[in-house]
Design a protein around this ligand. Structure first.
Ligand SMILES: *Cc1c(COP(=O)(O)O)cnc(C)c1O
Length: 401
């Protein structure tokens, strides 16, 4: 059979299966609205699935910085960082981030996905073990699989399993090999925080290295928004590799890795997703500097976000709905099977609320959910509309039971 026929058959089969299991996804076409009120397919929605937790993506100062950056440096960087793509504005952003995180140095990546792939690949060797929390972000898992090291997943936040995994590795490892423990800071689908202090202790006990990806915590949680690592009071020695991203609380795009001089010097040479790609847009770097300044100064954004989260949780739990624990802006409303999650998401859509249904393979079978995200710029009225709709959801679920 011709290759194209085989390929076509393969693609059709996979898509048909996705459809029949209620797992088919579609891109939504969004037109401009006002901040979190957005037009999708010609209808106005309040967005409860954006990661723009502090509402900085539309901030006039951030927008102005993007324009200023483009005028001064150009829209594109024109080359990779190690050729001529690294502008002064990139360097300034790195220095300001290092100061913000309380770490020696920072380097930039074009996306968080690329940072994680590049870092795990560059740091590990074939004899090493990469230990993943089972709910780690896809980019971390992919980073492990693409590396030549062995990758293993321990059940979500199960320290005993991790301890056994590290203990077994200790017994067979060579003196040269290393275990890298990798975890999300705030889990992107469950919204809970990793037990970082315990993970750091365990890593120390087993001579392992701890890497934290705090995509959802940086900007939102911890003192001055420094994220969950700072919140746990952990040092650069305890968490040698810290990843943060700009696509969430910063409201821009891109990512950074921070650590000591040696780490950043090495990654600059050996992280392939840094070396062999065009440097982040300098205009975006300038916009991100402004975001950073705003999120450092404007504590009210985090206070407002926490207030909304608390009100959301109190009412939703009172309605008898099931939420996973956690005070991060990611709130998981557990619904069970994929079809129910989709039905509830549809009900909310009819009320003008955009909430995404998260289904397998993103989450395990039977743990389909709505992933509701809150933002500092949601109004009281936005939240009330969501809570009113959730009251209807609670009734709908009761009627079905
Ligand atoms: C969003 C996310 C990423 C990917 O970051 P991008 O910059 O969007 O590629 C990585 N890790 C975690 C935990 C995330 O939530």
């Amino acid at each position: 059979m011709p290759g194209v026929t085989i390929l076509g058959e393969r693609l059709r089969q996979s898509l048909t299966e996705r459809h029949s299991r209620h797992l088919y996804r579609q891109t939504l076409l969004r037109d401009p609205g006002c901040g979190l009120e957005q037009v999708i397919d010609g209808r106005l929605f309040v967005n409860f699935c954006s990661n723009d937790y502090l509402g900085l993506s539309h901030h006039p100062d951030v927008v102005a910085a993007l324009i200023r950056g483009a005028k001064e440096y150009g829209v594109g960087s024109g080359a990779s960082h190690l050729v001529t793509g690294h502008c002064r504005v990139h360097e300034q952003l790195c220095e300001e981030l290092a100061d913000f995180c309380g770490r020696d140095r920072v380097m930039l990546f074009s996306t968080g996905y690329m940072a994680n792939i590049g870092v795990i690949n560059a740091l590990t060797r074939p004899d090493d073990l990469v230990c993943h929390d089972a709910l780690n972000h896809a980019s971390l898992l992919d980073g492990g699989w693409l590396s030549r090291a062995e990758s293993k997943r321990y059940p979500h936040v199960d320290l005993e399993s991790l301890s056994n995994m590290l203990g077994n590795f200790d017994r067979r490892r060579t003196t040269e090999s290393m275990a890298l423990v990798v975890t999300d800071g705030v889990f992107s689908m469950d919204g809970d925080c990793a037990p970082l202090a315990d993970l750091a202790d365990l890593a120390l006990h087993h001579d392992a290295v701890l890497m934290v990806d705090d995509a959802h915590g940086i900007g939102c949680l911890g003192p001055q928004g420094r994220g969950v690592v700072a919140d746990a009071g952990l040092t650069q020695q305890q968490v040698p590799v810290l990843v943060g991203t700009f696509g969430k609380a910063f409201g821009t795009a891109g990512a950074f890795v921070s650590g000591d001089d040696l780490l950043i010097d090495y990654l600059t040479q050996f992280a392939r997703t840094y070396v062999f790609t065009t440097a982040m847009s300098p205009a975006l770097a300038e916009a991100t500097r402004t975001s950073l300044a705003l999120l450092r100064q404007e504590h009210w954004r985090r206070a407002r976000l926490q207030e909304l989260i608390e009100r959301f949780r109190t009412t939703t739990l009172m309605l008898g709905l099931k939420l996973l624990p956690g005070n991060s802006p990611v709130q998981a409303l557990m619904l069970g099977d994929a079809a129910t999650a989709q039905a509830v998401s549809q009900l909310l859509k009819q009320r003008g609320l955009q909430v995404s249904a998260i289904r397998p393979p993103t989450v395990p079978v039977g743990q389909s959910r709505l992933r509701i995200t809150l933002s500092a710029v949601h109004s009281d009225e936005h939240l009330q509309r969501l809570l009113d709709a959730l009251a209807e959801v609670a009734e709908y679920l009761q009627d079905r039971a």
